[in-house]
Design a protein around this ligand. Structure first.
Ligand code: NAD
Length: 435
């Protein structure tokens, strides 16, 4: 698989002041784990050379007319890491921090996530470096449509299928589907997942990632003999993944004592009503700012709260060598992609903390995205119950497979997950052969 690199420019990513600094970018963090896994399984170099580089990197410039009449040029990316197991699949992120390193890491994680979930997809990711919180709906729509046109020869039902990620939702996916359908000349719902129900979305997709995070945590709790009713959880990030994870924790008897988003962090040792927190967000432009049912604390404090479960559901590199030794949770379930740096892993592993890694814990989203794609292709739509039952079964199966590989190799779950995923992807690469 040749590396195709279309246009390459350097740009300085805008740092998010809320992010805790780390010494490595997400791609390096991912590579450190991949190297370890490849060594454990004695992966032959021929295959490893293919897996460790993305198969395509596309960078585009998107000139957009802003509401003030001026043109602003945004940078957009799509990285296709692998198509060994099928068409590439992965979300699109709108964030000031989006850069090539981040998108490359996220694309590789998608390859491994799809392999673990046993769905016939490769991995990709896309992103636009922008600050959607300062943009109007009209500007966001023009940006999404311009990105879609630029990528119209990359996307495709059997080629590359995007989905929502940070700061994108069913609204952006509807614009993308509409624009792609116009370019393509026919209604093409299967080109993107996470669409509104009316336009071929799947029942259960909005809740799928958070629901899967909770299912994975419950499986680990069984192994760790933890009683949900005597268990506390802290959830960082209160967007799609964080709020739904918190909702399912609460529904399963777990007391959620801490929540946060980019506007603030909140703690109540007696438990926070997630219903109230979601209702607060709905009235407050999607943010927790001003939430009154808990005490406001700092962002770093939230991660270090006294709790049994910590679910980082925001962005990368939140748990690093700087704060890992102060983390009190004994179970970390990674709703976000890449929230724990490789250095932090070492510290947490030594402390005996169990980490359900991102490529397993948040795989519920892509699993239901796969169901959505299947439904679009067949034109037959499942009920919410059918989707949820299937997704729960797939998550439990994936959890047990990763747990078994980790036990067999006497390694933490993250390495077990990488070994399991690499084994599957390597088999596909060998079976397909090369020039
Ligand atoms: P989202 O945009 O819906 O929510 C992101 C949340 O993180 C927001 O509440 C935001 O305020 C918060 N946040 C940002 N910076 C923060 C900070 N420094 N401290 C605390 N909170 C902060 O995005 P999402 O879809 O929920 O995605 C969250 C994570 O989950 C990302 O890593 C994403 O890649 C991953 N993920 C998402 C899906 C999905 O289906 N949406 C699937 C798999 C993985």
């Amino acid at each position: 698989m040749a590396v195709t690199k279309i246009s390459k420019k350097t740009k300085a990513p805008t740092a998010d002041p809320l992010l805790i600094e780390d010494n490595s970018n997400p791609f390096n963090s991912m590579m450190q784990r991949l190297d370890q896994a490849a060594k454990i399984m004695n992966l032959e170099d021929d295959v490893y050379q293919v897996v460790k580089v993305p198969s395509r990197i596309i960078e585009v410039s998107l000139p957009i007319k802003m509401d003030n009449g001026r043109v602003k040029v945004f940078g957009g990316y799509r990285v296709i890491h692998s198509t060994a197991l099928g068409p590439s699949k992965g979300g699109i992120r709108f964030h000031p921090q989006v850069d090539e390193h981040e998108v490359k890491a996220l694309a590789a994680w998608m390859t491994f996530k799809c392999a673990i979930a046993e769905i016939p997809y490769g991995g990709a990711k896309g992103g636009i470096t922008c600050d959607p919180k300062t943009m109007s709906v009209g500007e966001l729509e023009r940006l999404t449509r311009a990105y879609t046109v630029s990528m119209s020869d990359i996307f495709g039902v059997d080629k590359d299928i995007p989905a929502p990620d940070v700061n994108t939702s069913s609204r952006e996916m509807a614009w993308l589907m509409d624009e792609y359908s116009k370019v393509n000349g026919s209604f093409t719902p299967g080109v993107v997942t996470g669409k509104p129900l009316l336009l071929g979305g799947s029942q259960g997709r909005v809740e799928a990632t958070g629901r899967g995070v909770c299912t994975a945590a419950l499986q680990a709790m069984k192994k760790m003999k933890m009683n949900p009713k005597k268990t506390r959880a802290v959830v960082q990030g209160f967007g799609n993944v964080g709020s739904i994870s918190a909702k399912h924790f609460e529904a399963n008897g777990i007391t959620v004592v801490g929540i946060s988003d980019h506007t603030g962090a909140f703690y109540n040792p007696k438990g926070i009503s997630i219903k109230k927190a979601i209702a607060h967000c709905e009235k407050n432009n999607g943010t927790l700012k001003g939430f009154k049912d808990a005490k406001e604390i700092s962002h770093p404090e939230l991660l270090e709260l006294d709790t049994e479960i910590l679910a980082p559901c925001a962005l990368e590199n939140q748990i690093t060598s700087k704060n890992a030794s102060r983390i009190k949770a004994k179970l970390i379930v990674e709703g976000a992609n890449g929230p724990t740096s490789a250095d932090a892993d070492d510290i947490l592993n030594k402390k005996g903390v169990i980490i359900i890694p991102d490529i397993l814990a948040n795989g519920g989203g892509v699993t239901v995205s796969y169901f959505e794609w299947v439904q679009n292709r067949t034109g037959y739509y499942y009920s919410e119950e059918e989707v949820n039952n299937r997704a729960d079964k797939w998550m439990i199966n994936a959890f047990n497979n990763v747990w078994a590989v980790a036990v067999e190799n006497k390694v933490p779950m993250r390495l077990g997950a990488y070994v399991h995923a690499l084994t599957i992807v390597a088999k596909a690469i060998r079976a397909r052969g090369s020039y």
